[in-house]
Design a protein around this ligand. Structure first.
Ligand code: AMP
Length: 279
């Protein structure tokens, strides 16, 4: 496994590796956990070369404090990645990814105005900037993204279509702690008690399927929100049931298509997101 910091070195290395076959790419912001590793393992099983990027992208943070507090530990990440089938770790500096400020504005219609987009304005534009820059640098055949960031995945799929990028996006399942809490780099910022109580998020989400048989869409959203808010450690920012492909609001269970319930929840100073596919 080689650790590379510059675009020049990356291009040189990948020009050799590309001859060996397919390149699978896993973009991350580091502070790696088993959720990330599951993406790396999947990429390793389906490609000849695996590239993992570790880059905390400033343009997707609408809150400066959040950017400062974001956990970083390159040494531990490299340790965790060895023996997982990763060939190249790309850990560029900010000016390597953005030699000049990225002023591109993407148009995702309503997709980046709802849920995360509503509470984190500009977030998905920054995500699109960095992911398109990284795709341009790595030129992967396949890229692996977790369903944990459901809205992000939908937006990246939309971006790939819009820009007609020659990369296959592979969605990967959410990896959870034994208590059900979705794994996240931000979990490192939780106290032990908070981590235990945050399990209530998934506990409530997992009732959604059963409740959809007897309650309206709005009632299910309300029941999940009040169930989570009953826990003194937790406060919901939103609970929304949307179409899993278009992210359009769902008002009636009879509407066609897969549905997903998405939540953002504050646990102390840490903002957690999770989701659950219904049906
Ligand atoms: P991040 O480092 O948070 O930007 O995440 C990098 C990638 O890992 C994204 O595609 C995430 O959706 C994915 N990911 C993060 N947490 C999980 C998880 N618990 N299960 C599966 N994928 C995850």
């Amino acid at each position: 496994m080689e650790i590379i910091y510059t675009l020049n070195k990356l291009t040189e290395k990948l020009s050799q590796l590309r001859r060996k076959g397919l390149i699978g790419f896993v973009p991350t912001m580091g502070a790696l956990h088993q959720g990330h590793i599951s993406l790396v393992q999947r990429a390793a099983s389906e490609n000849d070369t695996v590239v993992v990027s570790i880059f905390v992208n400033p343009t997707q943070f609408n809150d400066k404090k959040d950017l400062e507090r974001y956990p970083r530990n390159l040494e531990a990440d490299i340790k965790l990645l060895s023996d997982q089938g990763c060939h190249v770790v790309f850990a560029p500096r900010v000016d390597e990814v953005y030699p000049e400020p990225d002023t591109r504005i993407f148009d995702f219609g309503h997709m980046d105005k709802v849920m995360e987009g509503k509470f984190r304005p500009g977030h998905f534009n920054g995500v699109a900037q960095v992911v398109s820059r990284l795709f341009d640098m790595v030129k992967p055949d396949r890229a692996y993204f977790g369903l944990k960031d459901f809205q992000q995945l939908a937006i990246i799929q939309n971006m790939v279509q819009q820009l007609q990028l020659p990369v296959e996006i592979v969605p990967c399942p959410i990896i959870r702690e034994p208590n059900g809490l979705a794994m996240s780099s931000r979990n490192e910022l939780l106290s032990c008690e908070e981590r235990e109580n945050a399990a209530e998020i998934f506990n409530m989400l997992s009732h959604a399927g059963e409740w959809s048989n007897s309650k309206s869409v709005h009632e299910v959203e309300k029941s999940i929100a009040s169930g989570i808010n009953r826990n003194p450690y937790l406060e919901t920012e939103y609970v929304e049931i949307v179409d899993a492909d278009t992210l359009e609001m769902v008002t009636d269970w009879q509407q066609p298509g897969r549905k997903v319930v998405c939540v953002a929840v504050w646990c102390g100073k840490v903002r957690l997101i999770d989701n659950y596919l219904i049906g």
